[in-house]
Ligand binder design. Sequence first.
Ligand code: MG
Length: 263
Amino acid sequence: MKTLFKSFKLQSLLVLAGLLLAGPVAHAQKEFKSSVPWPEPKAIDPGDATRAPSDAIVLFDGKDLSAWKNGDKWIIQNGIATAAKSGISTKQSFGDCQLHLEWASPEKVEGNGQGRGNSGVYLMGRYEVQILDSFNNKTYFDGQAASLYKQYPPLVNASRKPGEWQSYDIIFTAPRFDKEGKLLKAGFVTVLHNGVLVQNHAELQGGTYFDKPPEYKAHADKAPMDIQFHGNSVRFRNIWIREFKELLTPEQAKVSNYLKKVD
Ligand code: MG
């Protein structure tokens, strides 16, 4: 009995020692690997506050507005473009994209409501992210700065004072239509205003109009982007855009190519 007890004790000690020694191994988990054959994400230079990412299309770098129709109507001075005479429209067409732009409403406050520092980014020429001096300037909430015009107010008012530079970072997923022009999937817009989230994957209800409710009208997969001239000398700098595509596995790419062919 005594020997049995002794050997039991010894065994327990050995087991305990073993557990202590093998502790980390005993707790190690088997790694899960998805085995989805993702393509390797392309390496890019992300740039910094003054430099666009390496895969961006620079639409205004302070020199000229040659990437825009009617760009010659705006005033360019000291690396800044000031809205004048008419809206401008990109020569290139875009669909899904990430857009960065910096803007400033006039330092000298004139007018009120929609008449103060009004401009706007028209994604695909149809979906307006409002630009407005909304610092101590009340207007209808779904028409203030960073609203999706007459659809959604911004989640917060992140406006800086008149004359100060502000940024928009917009992530846009274009709506999809079928061959007959029927809406397959709505468009979505996310907006960071001065780095603050103000539109979170908001579902567009259609085009943004001044005089009628939102409505979708079928359009191409890509279309030019406009910046509005609304009679106010809104200034712009550092405008760039990145088109993006979802990563597809070889199998998903095959299906997608097939659908494009039969569509
Ligand atoms: Mg506007």
